[in-house]
Structure formats: structure tokens, C-alpha cells
Design a protein around this ligand. Structure first.
Ligand SMILES: Cc1cc2nc3c(=O)[nH]c(=O)nc-3n(C[C@H](O)[C@H](O)[C@H](O)COP(=O)(O)OP(=O)(O)OC[C@H]3O[C@@H](n4cnc5c(N)ncnc54)[C@H](O)[C@@H]3O)c2cc1C
Length: 512
């Protein structure tokens, strides 16, 4: 089927780069975005005050559009959003985006072989519309539906004047000022909100089930985390699906080296933050925690815990009561405000049921080949379900892979082979702790994942070949010429084919 009209759902990091990639290949693109502005998690209405990236350096940028030099090592949410706006302006994407338009249904035409019928709801007028597209890329974000656990008594607490929010609903410090605050969770957003509470609220308690490892931005005050954790070398210290020869050796004969490497990092973190004193040494070894995610500790977070400005409770909430919350530890807290930093739900509610069940199982795992497509669903793709160290980079290379796949430039294995590979990969990740966010996040497999996509596209892998290269932090700009290389590679293949056909034709003419 000739694909011409492409629909993209979402105008966050993934949707923008997918739109740009399809536009530059000559496709007719329309992006539906349910918010009134682009940026996804970085858009003003969704970000809390003082939010910054976790990814340092120039890593959190598109390969062919670097972050402004004036940006700090960890840009603020506002800066990331401004960067995304400037990207959309530069590549003339704004005219392709229909804002305030939520996709509410995605129905296959002839089992997807003839494309998709997309139903949208336009907010202002509550207008429902349906349009048909040859191809749909779902870029709705794995961090976009706030998750608040169902805990009994919430309504009673609210009726009595208490407030319950998700971190994405904290838009200003005024919501916190002068209140007794309880933050639930121990991830990035939860700890960031606890820091806001220390500075603005009457009191701050943090309730969480298990302490997790958090890294400092600078080890010993001067070694940037990117040099320790965000290199190909560090990545080889974690287990891999389909490891290369060196990784195989490391994880068998070199196991001692690996254990020492991670134990050393654990000790540094314990020492830097005084985790023993805080009573917050995580139970899980760092190597198990780091494969799916790594949180950076906000500056002074553990210091505030040691000074009792943030009071930790390693337990869970059993129920809300009229004037507060009861904890499984038997304690009772009386906050005015409870903020849930309990993450997001990963869902594709608009996708026709039979296809949704193929992609997303009952346990919440996504079944996607290369984290980009389902082999049995034609003309449908997912971008942003492949998050690693840098969503901008994996989104960019993922979108390029898709276009090449669609154009037939990637050797396509048989459907049953892709399914077998996809299932084996997911099963391995589940066994090895890489299956965070429904299997869509593989923090310490980023190089490996990018290598696979580059290999599929017939291009050389990056940042390898010398000790200096493998010790270098992931560098988005190392991928800046991928588009040019693809053009050269496939235009020369077309040229070869044309020459061959010409030769065959000449042979045929001569023989007559
Ligand atoms: C606080 C925070 C900090 C983070 N820091 C980092 C970091 O440092 N490094 C990193 O790599 N990642 C980080 N992330 C992860 C982040 O989610 C990704 O980096 C990236 O922004 C995801 O982009 P996305 O486009 O895939 O999804 P999103 O940014 O969630 O965008 C999805 C878009 O789709 C729209 N949408 C959803 N459903 C529909 C629908 N039905 N119809 C129309 N539109 C729809 C949404 O409104 C949204 O605009 C962070 C996340 C959070 C929450």
C-alpha cells in the first residue's frame, strides 16, 4: 500500500521528531495534540516549578538541532519547552499541528491494510470528527496519564477540606505555601516536590514503600555523573539481551570486575549522601535498580532528611481519614495537602480493542518489535515507547528507522520471526529488571538499542572503536549525520538498481 497521509498522535518530544522525519521524506503529515500547546511533559500546564532534566549535557537534544550553548548542564523545564518550540518553528512543524484535539478512537480500515480511521474530539466546541490516514504513529507519551493509587477514604479527606494532587498538578508554589504537606513516592518528581515543600510549606513528610538509589549530579563534587554512568563502558557493566563478545566475557569471566564496579558506586553514594545515617540504604543492589531508571538526587535532599526538614516514612498509606492519612506503620499524619509522585499509567485507550490487546497485555507490558511496531498490525507505529538515556535521541533514530522500514529499506524478517524476537526480548527484560514502564524504558541499554536500529538501517554504530570513544558520555551529536548517510546509502542502492536494470535492458536489446 502506498502511504501518503500520516497521522501523528501527540506533540511532545516524540511526536515532533516523528512529524519532522516524515515531512522531510515527503509525506503529508497531521499531528493531533490534545493540549493547547506543544511540549508534552515539558509544557507549562504539566510541569511543576523548578523541574529540570535528569539527563545532563548536550544529551537531551535532537542530533541535528543542538541545545543553545547558553543552556546549563541540566536545563530547566521552561528551557526544554522553549527548545522544543524553537525546533518546531525551525522545521516549520506548527502548521502541521492541530491543538486542542484529542484522538478518542483509532479504528483499522481493512485490518489496518488500508490505514486507519481516526476520530477526534475538539475541546472548545466539543466537536467530534473522523478522518482517514494511511499510517498512524502513536506518540502519546508513557508519562502522560497521572497515576494516583486507589486508597480508601480520599473523598472523605477532600470533603473535609484536604487537597490531593498529582505532581503534574502542582503548577505553582502558592499551592504548597503555609501547608503541612505529605509527598507520596521516592522517584524524581516526588523528591522534587518534597524540595519545594521544604522551601515553601509548614512541614514536609515523604511516604514511600522502598528507598531507591539516587545519584549525585557530581561525584566527589566534581565528576559529572555522565562520565561514570552514561557511557558505553558503564552500559557494558549491566547485563544485555544479545550481548557482544566483550559483554559476554564481562558477565561471565569478568563478573568480579562488575561486582566491584557497582559496589564501589554504591559505597560512594552511601558516603556522599550519608544514607546509613538517613536509614535509607536501598535493599536492591544498584545494578538491579539502574537498568530501568536512575534518579538524580535534588541538591540537599538527603541533607534535609538528616536535618529532619523532610521526614521520611518507609511504609505505605492504608487509608485516608477525615483529617489525614493512616500509615501501615501505625503512624497517623495530618496534612492539608497530599501530593502523589506515584508515576504514570501507560495506556492506549483510543486504540481499537483487538489491536490494543495485541500491543498491551493484561500485566501492562507492551509487545513491540524494536519498541516501535507490532509485526501483526500494519501501518501503525509507536514512538516514545523506547525511552533510554535521551528521549530526543531514541525518538529521532526510532522515527528514522520507521521511515526506512516503511520504504522497504530495512530487511524485514518474516512476521513470525519478528514476533519470536519481540517476545524473547521482552521476556529477557522482565527477568532482568529492564521492563520498567511496561517494558518501554531501558535506561542502561541505550547504546545497545541505538546500535540495533543503526545495524538494521545498514549504518555504522557510533561511539565505539577506541577506549576514548567507549568512555565518552552518550552524545546526541554523534548521530547528526545519520540522515545524510541514509540518503547516500539508499540513493546509491537505487542508482545501483537502475544501472543493473539498464544493463539487463541493454543485454536484452543486444541479444535481439
Ligand atoms: C518530570 C519529568 C522529567 C523527565 N526528565 C527526563 C530526562 O531528563 N531525560 C529523559 O530522557 N526523559 C525524561 N523524562 C521522560 C519524558 O517523558 C521524555 O523525555 C519525553 O519528554 C517524552 O516525550 P513524548 O513525546 O514521548 O511524551 P509526552 O511528553 O508525554 O508527550 C505526549 C503528548 O501526547 C499528547 N497526547 C496524549 N494522548 C493524546 C491523545 N489521545 N490525543 C492527542 N494528543 C495526545 C499529550 O498531550 C502530550 O503532549 C522526564 C519525565 C518527567 C515527567
Amino acid at each position: 500500500m502506498l502511504v501518503q497521509r500520516v497521522c501523528i498522535i501527540g506533540a511532545g518530544i516524540s511526536g515532533l521528531v516523528t512529524a519532522k522525519t516524515f515531512v522531510e521524506e515527503g509525506y503529508e503529515v497531521l499531528v493531533y495534540e490534545k493540549q493547547h500547546a506543544l511540549g508534552g511533559v515539558w509544557e507549562k500546564s504539566r510541569r511543576y516549578p523548578n523541574v529540570r532534566t535528569q539527563t545532563p549535557g548536550r544529551m537531551y537534544s535532537y542530533p541535528d538541532y543542538p541545545l543553545p550553548d547558553s543552556y546549563p548542564e541540566w536545563p530547566s523545564g521552561e528551557q526544554v519547552n522553549a527548545y522544543l518550540e524553537s525546533y518546531a518553528n525551525h522545521f516549520e512543524l506548527l502548521k502541521r499541528i492541530q491543538f486542542n484535539t484529542e484522538v478518542i478512537a483509532l479504528k483499522a480500515i481493512d485490518n489496518g491494510h488500508k490505514g486507519w480511521e481516526v476520530t477526534t474530539r475538539i475541546f472548545d466546541g466539543i466537536v467530534i470528527e473522523t478522518s482517514c490516514f494511511d499510517f498512524v504513529a502513536i506518540c502519546n507519551g508513557v508519562n502522560h496519564i497521572p497515576n494516583i493509587p486507589a486508597i480508601p477514604g480520599i473523598d472523605e479527606f477532600k470533603l473535609n477540606g484536604g487537597t490531593v494532587l498529582h505532581t503534574t498538578e502542582v503548577g505553582s508554589t502558592a499551592q504548597i505555601e503555609g501547608k503541612d504537606v505529605v509527598v507520596v513516592g521516592f522517584g524524581k518528581s516526588a523528591c522534587d516536590i518534597a524540595m519545594l515543600a521544604v522551601e515553601n510549606a509548614l512541614s514536609c513528610h515523604i511516604v514511600f514503600r522502598e528507598a531507591d538509589w539516587k545519584a549525585p549530579r557530581f561525584f566527589f563534587g566534581f565528576i559529572n555523573i555522565k562520565h561514570l554512568f552514561l557511557t558505553r563502558f558503564a552500559e557494558s557493566m549491566t547485563p544485555k539481551y544479545n550481548p557482544n563478545k566483550i559483554e559476554k566475557w564481562l558477565h561471565s569471566h569478568g563478573k568480579l570486575l562488575i561486582d566491584v564496579f557497582w559496589k564501589l558506586q554504591e559505597n560512594i553514594m552511601c558516603y556522599t549522601f550519608g544514607l546509613d545515617v538517613c536509614g535509607l540504604v536501598p535493599k536492591k543492589p544498584l545494578i538491579k535498580a539502574i537498568v530501568a531508571k536512575l534518579n538524580i538526587a535534588p541538591k540537599n535532599f538527603y541533607k534535609y532528611i538528616r536535618n529532619h526538614k523532610i521526614i521520611p516514612h518507609q511504609t505505605s498509606i492504608t487509608r485516608f481519614v477525615e483529617d489525614g492519612i493512616e500509615l501501615a506503620s501505625g503512624e497517623k499524619l495530618n496534612p492539608h495537602l497530599v501530593v502523589f509522585g506515584t508515576g504514570f499509567k501507560q495506556a492506549i485507550p483510543f486504540l481499537e480493542e483487538k489491536y490494543r490487546y495485541l500491543c498491551l497485555d493484561n500485566e501492562g507490558y507492551f509487545h513491540l518489535y524494536r519498541n516501535l511496531i507490532h509485526p501483526e498490525i500494519p501501518n501503525l507505529a509507536f514512538v516514545g515507547y523506547n525511552a533510554g538515556l535521551s528521549a530526543t535521541l531514541t525518538g529521532d533514530i526510532g522515527a528514522l528507522w520507521l521511515v526506512q522500514f516503511l520504504k522497504g529499506n530495512i530487511k524485514k524478517p518474516a512476521t513470525h520471526q519478528m514476533i519470536a524476537e519481540m517476545e524473547a526480548d521482552l521476556e529477557w527484560r522482565k527477568q532482568n529488571g529492564y521492563a520498567g514502564y511496561g517494558g518501554t524504558c531501558f535506561f542502561s541499554s541505550t547504546f545497545h538499542y541505538l546500535d540495533t536500529l543503526m545495524y538494521d538501517m545498514g549504518l555504522p554504530v557510533r561511539q565505539i572503536g577506541s577506549i576514548a570513544a567507549v568512555m565518552q558520555p552518550l552524545n546526541s551529536q554523534a548521530y547528526s549525520n545519520v540522515r545524510t548517510q541514509l540518503k547516500n546509502l539508499y540513493s546509491s542502492k537505487v542508482q545501483d538498481l537502475t544501472n543493473k536494470l539498464q544493463l539487463q535492458f541493454n543485454d536484452y536489446s543486444n541479444s535481439r
